[in-house]
Design a protein around this ligand. Structure first.
Ligand code: GDP
Ligand code: MG
Length: 297
């Protein structure tokens, strides 16, 4: 059982240490090509449109992704330094790629475990660089009827080695009622096909009501409906990240338009530590046990 930690609730001493050392976190994206993966991670972490959020070394914008690209970015969130590593992937489903091109992602995750296992078994274990992947944002098309066979295959190939967080891509192409229906359908299918996505930790009974409500909202939001944009829009005297259509403007960070903020807060604030704990205590332990079994065979 995992305890939920947010920066606000960390014991003071731990908090101070963490703030000093900074947090590291690694995230990978997966899903069909063209669903807005590169755009979303850019919106989430890689550009500096806001003054209240310092981006220390954001990298350049991304064009069509043709290989696995590793971005690192330092951000400061409520005074806490985070070093994020974001692995952008080409995605799959392009005519030129075979159906199993998610193997690249599979391999990447394995390689990081392998490296860590080797370092951990070596002589100098003090300064191991930990590149293990803590989270996989899995993009689901808004245009299909729920999950596609490829989605099922891919998620099932990855669910034992990484925390999968499903997102409903390009949510601006759906009405609120459609978003709601699609989310329910996808949640049912995830269950039906036995896909083990990341589970939010169970609340303790002594947790306060606000906290429980927030956790329930998160659970009911799966898959997070997301909208990405790298464009700054100016409208009615306000500047925001958005998408302009002939019939209106979509605001990425407006909770009425998408779950973008919910997802971002969950990733970089409330659930980062739990995602790391599950990676270390479950996914990596499984990998390690298998390695040792293979060695002694
Ligand atoms: P990737 O192949 O998954 O990395 O997708 P990209 O980020 O390269 O985006 C593919 C296309 O979709 C681009 O033309 C984007 O401008 C567009 N796009 C990205 N995010 C969204 C979104 O949230 N809504 C809509 N409608 N289009 C988007
Ligand atoms: Mg891309």
């Amino acid at each position: 059982k995992f305890k939920l930690l947010s920066f606000a609730t960390l014991p003071n001493q731990v908090h101070r240490k963490t703030v000093k050392k900074g947090f590291t976190f690694t995230l990978i994206v997966a899903g069909e090509s063209g669903l807005g993966k590169s755009t979303l991670i850019n919106s989430l972490f890689l550009t500096d449109l806001y003054k209240d959020r310092k981006v220390l070394n954001a990298e350049e914008r991304i064009s069509r992704t043709v290989a696995i690209i590793k971005h690192t970015v330092g951000i400061e969130e409520k005074g806490v330094k985070l070093r994020l590593t974001i692995i952008d992937t080409p995605g799959f489903g392009d005519a030129c790629q075979c159906a199993s091109s998610w193997r690249h992602i599979d391999d990447y995750i394995d390689q990081q475990f392998e490296q860590y296992f080797r370092d951990e078994s070596g002589l100098n274990r003090r300064n191991i660089q930990d590149n293990r992947v803590h989270c996989c944002l899995y993009f689901i098309s808004p245009f299909g009827h729920g999950l596609r066979p490829l989605d099922v295959d891919c998620m099932r190939a990855l669910h034992e080695k990484v925390n999968i967080i499903p997102v409903l891509a390009k949510a601006d192409s759906l009405t609120p009622a459609e978003v709601c229906r699609k989310k329910m359908k996808i949640r049912e299918e995830i269950k039906q096909f036995g896909i083990n996505i990341y589970q939010f930790p169970e609340c303790d009974s002594d947790e306060d009501e606000d906290f429980k409500t927030q956790e329930q909202i998160l659970k009911n939001s799966i898959p997070f409906a997301v909208i990405g944009s790298n464009v700054q829009v100016e409208s009615k005297g306000r500047k925001f990240r958005g998408r302009v259509y002939p019939w209106g403007v979509v605001e990425v960070e407006n909770p009425a338009h998408s779950d973008f903020l919910l997802l971002r807060n969950m990733l970089v604030r409330t659930h980062m530590q739990d995602l790391k704990d599950v990676t270390r205590e479950i996914h990596y332990e499984n990998y390690r046990a298998q390695c040792i079994q293979n060695m002694t065979r």
